[in-house]
Design a protein. Sequence first.
Length: 483
Amino acid sequence: MRALAGLGVVLALCAGCNDAGGARQDKAPPTSAAPASVAAHKPASTIILRAANGGSHEIYAVDEHGARAARLSRPGADTTYAGTLPGRRVVLAVHGADHAVASLEVVALDGSERRELGALEPGRFARVVQAKADGEVLALELGRAVDLGKSDVVVVRPGVAPTLAAENATLVALAAGRVAFLTGGSLRSTALDGSDARTLGADDAEDRVVEVRGDRLLLTTHASALGDVRVVKIDGSARVDIGTPEADDRPVGFAGDTRVVVTRAAGEARAIQTVGVDGQDARTLAEGSIAAHAIAPTGDVVFSDGAGALRSASAATAASAAPRTLDPAAGAKVSAVKVLGERVFYLGGEGGSTLRTARLDGSGATTLCAEPTWRPFFATVTPDGRAIFYRALVGQLEGGRLYSVKLDGTGLEPLGNDVVSPDGSAFTTPLSDQDFEAVTVNGRIVFEAEFHEGAPHLLVTDGSKRALRLLDRDDLRFVALVE
């Protein structure tokens, strides 16, 4: 298994299951879990994977059933994944003999309709750090080849050569014909050609972006001191600051499109509040020794009350209602909270390492996994109502496994242990490690597995013990899911 740094943050899905890949990183951001239930079968998702080929890499696309595998990279070209565009197309980064990114190209998922997007400055960029798409426009954060640890933002758009929009910058958002980024800790945006720079934060190198919703950004300003909350559009308009000089105000997230949730600490007094994005209609949801964890799509804010209970309060209603108790025995150390459908999943209990779930209506609090030597991390719920989680072993870097369990805590089973190859034959090499990767819209789980200390394989399962190898080769890495 790869290094377990950052397990507590998790994808909220499964922390620490993805590596940095050395000098290059062509992996998409962690893929969100599928809905808790799938009302009808949807078109098959396509899995993008990277295959090692000597000292270079190839990119493949294969659907979630293991069918229609296609090589997307050109023969002999060292290639990594850069991003996804509408119309089920992917952007590829082609590396030169010096291993730097030399050019970009776009290709359909069956390998057809290949088109050059333009060359990059020779020798400048080593890898794609992250990408964001807005229609036909793609913004890339590219890691430098020489100044390791530094990145620049490049914009790719139809009919225009790749354009350097910002230097020494971390990509934050792309919307409304502008790109937002952090540079030196300050939030700014420019037009797509790098012109018309505007300051979005406090310009004091202490901006921290919490969430982006459309063309609106939610951030903390003065983050190392008594913070304030700012809501601002990517062009710098509609700027609203929320906070008071004597309090430490921090954003939790958007509650729908019209409200935000913030925490406020002034001395020993703490509160969770909801405020309109225009800064009006502030309402207190809860007070005391509280800790906000997550916001449900319904606008319910999930929080710990400081007395061992997990509770929720609605930020979406017109008037404040009394908080609801979700789990009176959640414990004093609640973490890794994720809301999925009508349920919330979290680590809690004595010691904070028990995987539990509760309904948002306050019923059904249940322990899913309480093995003392396990570190479980929730991933998703299958269409037939089983929770999928990844577990590491305390004090060990190897031996990670995937399990499923019924939502009432019964029927714990290992996941994907019976492996078959693409030709249908049994793959009997002993399993040594599994790593959760993603969930398709049809509820299939994509994961990496290592067998008898060999290179990783990429597999897919419907949530049962059976799993399919996607390609009949090893040394594969998951990089993206295209729905």
